[in-house]
Write a protein that binds this ligand. Structure first.
Ligand SMILES: [Zn+2]
Length: 100
């Protein structure tokens, strides 16, 4: 097993949108703490989609045990998203009322 190097390995670890592939998640989970590929770690830190996929099991690391635990976080994510959307709508209403 040789360490991943250069552009060739990068292209297999992220997809066309720059999000991590299952191979990317596997590379991150295999790497020792603090020695993960910097670009993957940086993307993961800023991408909620990849964070959700990582929490949901990400790839071949946990084959079958992820299914039951995956429902609750998604439900909470939906509730949180609806709440944020409500706050944004309220903020827009307040701004609109002030502008008059
Ligand atoms: Zn991503």
């Amino acid at each position: 097993m040789s360490p991943p190097t250069g552009a060739e390995s990068k292209s297999t670890l992220v997809d066309a949108r720059g999000c991590l592939t299952p191979a990317g998640f596997a590379a991150l989970s295999r790497a020792p703490v603090g020695r993960a590929p910097a670009e993957l770690a940086a993307h993961l830190a800023g991408c909620s989609r990849c964070q959700e996929r990582m929490l949901a099991g990400g790839g071949p690391v946990r084959p079958a045990t992820g299914a039951p635990a995956r429902r609750a976080p998604r439900l909470w994510l939906g509730v949180a998203f609806a709440f944020v959307a409500l706050l944004l709508a309220l903020g827009a209403l307040i701004l609109a009322a002030r502008a008059r």
